[in-house]
Design a protein around this ligand. Structure first.
Ligand SMILES: Cc1cc2nc3c(=O)[nH]c(=O)nc-3n(C[C@H](O)[C@H](O)[C@H](O)COP(=O)(O)OP(=O)(O)OC[C@H]3O[C@@H](n4cnc5c(N)ncnc54)[C@H](O)[C@@H]3O)c2cc1C
Ligand SMILES: Nc1ncnc2c1ncn2[C@@H]1O[C@H](COP(=O)(O)OP(=O)(O)OP(=O)(O)O)[C@@H](O)[C@H]1O
Length: 602
């Protein structure tokens, strides 16, 4: 069943189910912008299908990411666990250690799990459903976690429990605050240490502090502890694990990371190396000698106090969990062989294959960036190395960069003036904001992207940059409203990447170029010249001529604000100048090049 698009439209799935496993199925984005094939593509048969449903995907199509069937994901995960297992590694500790899972919902390359296992005779894995994660965002009171991300989390937990159980463990799931749950469990199971992945933003740091303080109040008898010389209370040990480059391997202290990305990247690439993934034996048993009476059930979305949103009925539907994450790497790199064209396709917006789509799993820690790095290197050895294979690592370095920036700049990444403490007047016009949030601005490119976000919890990087620029530059709205709405909706929400990118886009981050204006006409012409993306999300545009779909005039709803730069008359000359292709995409990858010279597009 490899490579089957799970479109809801029945005729396409019928057709696709009959294809042999090694048939290359052109994806959505490949139809729109066929990538140049690299030589490894010749091993695959490029299918010239006459299916109209795959050529012009119906506007009600949903497609699962990864496309693999559940048993195939499980098989891939199992094979990968085998590859990363080691029987030579020995336990050196005594007693019980707890692993507190946070944003590292995986078994493979999990340093906290590794340290807990090595330093104990038994491990108790725990996840706390912290009620604070389901309250409101800080300034504007949006739901802190939207229903789609909650559903993704539920799936991550089910998969984590399954993978731990296969390795002789299980997962305790509790509703409540970690600072209350963990000390109680430490006492009940006489755990000497709680291992967890270190976080960097103040909300998470506060919880770390509260857990540590609460543990100080627990005293275990000396015989319960690992050794008589050990402290009399269990301790919290925080382990670095979220980035591709380990914090301790940076050529500078994380508190003085260079402000400019390129400087950061060059320095790290020249002076640091990426560590290997940690390996553990296939069996991590035993569980603690004291029996766990109630492991806790996998939550449901309504059990988390959220309105269970309708299932994703259009666009991408991401499957949560480590098995799906490993499956997606397999699918994107090895099965579809898309890694070698990534750099040319990465600025697409429609379909699942223009970019890796790893971010939701990276944000919840279902996969480690080190594992992705390992797989890139394996691909380079076994297939080919080119600018695209490097570029995935280049993008992952942006993720690292924003993580380290959060250490350097602390809470200023969440504040209006950003790390540069820029003073500027912003509007908080509710109506304008709502038109942006709901995809009713009168600009199809903005509206389509915002509708995709609400419907699926995902938006392309290109889309994120465009809607961010529109909100802050054309509407003049307080960028934190946009950032908090993203915090609600994104499956891949990560405080560092989200607020880091928003401060960049709003011109309050450390960007050496302050004026990042994304001209909608130019972006539409370059990245959606035939209006296929906008008409997918706004079906009322489907019957318009392709060139009018992004500029429907009176045939679409009124524009809520004029554009700041580059009105219609200007648009024509630019529209002729550029269409989407690899070279153009590079030039436009971070802000309109046209805005760089003269600070505005006009
Ligand atoms: C306003 C705004 C908000 C954003 N919020 C988030 C967020 O909350 N969480 C998040 O993971 N990404 C965020 N991004 C970055 C980026 O849009 C997504 O990581 C990317 O679209 C995810 O799709 P992908 O996995 O297919 O990316 P790919 O293009 O395949 O890139 C591979 C990986 O590189 C990393 N990456 C790529 N671009 C960036 C970037 N600009 N910043 C940080 N990491 C990057 C991601 O981990 C991504 O999975 C934001 C970007 C903008 C402009
Ligand atoms: N993980 C996170 N996700 C979203 N927002 C976060 C996260 N961690 C911290 N923040 C934000 O950081 C800010 C911290 O606000 P808080 O009032 O605690 O400190 P502050 O006012 O910045 O004071 P100080 O800088 O003196 O600590 C809030 O805006 C909060 O929403």
């Amino acid at each position: 069943m490899a490579g089957i698009l799970r479109f809801s439209s029945s005729n396409s799935s019928l057709l696709l189910k009959q294809l042999p496993i090694n048939t290359r199925i052109p994806s959505f984005s490949n139809f729109l912008h066929p990538p140049k094939l690299c030589f490894s593509h010749f091993r695959c048969i490029t299918m010239a299908t006459s299916s109209s449903s795959t050529k012009n995907p119906s506007s009600t199509a949903t497609f699962q990411v990864p496309e693999l069937a559940a048993d195939e994901m499980e098989r891939m995960a199992e094979q990968t666990f085998q590859r990363y297992s080691s029987n030579t590694i020995k336990r050196k500790g005594t007693g019980t250690a707890i692993v507190w899972f946070r944003y590292d919902l995986r078994v493979l390359d999990n340093e906290a799990l590794y340290k807990a296992w090595v330093s104990s005779e038994s491990v108790l894995p725990v996840y706390c459903l912290d009620p604070r994660h389901f309250q409101s965002t800080h300034f504007f009171g949006f739901p802190k976690t939207g229903a789609l991300r909650a559903q993704f989390l539920v799936e991550c937990l089910a998969d984590l429990r399954k993978n731990l159980t296969k390795r002789g463990l299980n997962l305790v799931i509790r509703h409540g605050k970690p600072e209350e749950i963990l000390p109680a469990l430490a006492k009940q199971f006489s755990a000497h240490t709680i291992y967890a992945q270190k976080e960097t933003c103040s909300e998470e740091l506060r919880v770390e502090k509260l857990v540590s303080r609460a543990l100080e109040k627990i005293s275990l008898t000396t015989t319960m502890m690992a050794s008589s010389s050990a402290p009399k209370n269990p301790t919290l040990r925080l382990v670095w694990g979220s980035t591709m480059y380990h914090k301790d391997d940076l050529p500078f202290d994380a508190r003085s990371v260079p402000d400019v990305y390129t400087e950061f990247r060059k320095s790290v690439e020249a002076k640091s190396r990426i560590r290997q993934c940690v390996k553990l034996p296939m069996s991590l048993a035993p569980l603690p000698p004291v029996a766990v009476e109630d492991w806790g059930s996998i939550p449901t979305v309504d059990g988390l106090g959220l309105q269970p949103q309708q299932q994703v009925s259009k666009g991408m539907r991401f499957v949560g969990g480590e098995s799906a994450a490993i499956g997606r790497v397999h699918e994107y790199f090895w099965q579809k062989d898309l890694l070698c064209v990534y750099k040319e396709t990465r600025n697409g917006m429609l379909g699942s294959d223009y970019s890796t789509k790893f971010s939701p799993w990276l944000a919840s820690g279902c996969i480690s960036p080190r594992f992705i790095h390992d797989e890139v290197k394996r691909y380079e050895m076994e297939r080919l190395a080119n600018a695209s294979t490097y570029w995935v690592l280049f993008e992952l370095l942006w993720r690292d960069y924003f993580r380290f920036i959060s250490i350097r700049h602390g809470n200023s990444i969440f504040q209006l003036g950003g790390p540069r403490r820029v003073e500027k007047r912003w509007s908080q016009d509710q109506k304008l904001f709502e038109s942006w949030r709901d995809g009713c601005t009168g600009y199809p490119l903005i509206d389509a992207n915002m509708k995709e976000l609400s419907a699926t919890g995902f938006m392309s990087n290109r889309g994120r940059q465009i809607v961010c620029s529109f909100l802050v530059r054309d509407m003049g709205i307080d960028w934190r409203m946009g950032a908090e709405w993203f915090e609600t909706c994104l499956l891949d929400y990560d405080p560092c990447s989200n607020y880091g990118n928003w401060t960049y886009g709003a011109g309050v981050g450390n960007d050496p170029r302050e004026d990042r204006y994304f001209s909608i006409p130019k972006q539409a012409q370059t990245y959606d010249a035939e209006g296929e993306y906008v008409s997918y999300w706004l079906p009322q545009l489907q019957n318009l001529p392709k060139e009018s779909r992004n500029f429907p005039g009176k045939l679409y709803i009124n524009q809520v604000v004029p554009l700041k730069f580059g009105g219609k008359s200007n648009y024509k000359s630019h529209a002729q100048a550029t269409t989407y292709n690899g070279r153009q995409q590079q030039q436009n990858s971070r802000g309109d090049r046209a805005t760089r010279g003269n600070k505005r597009w006009n």
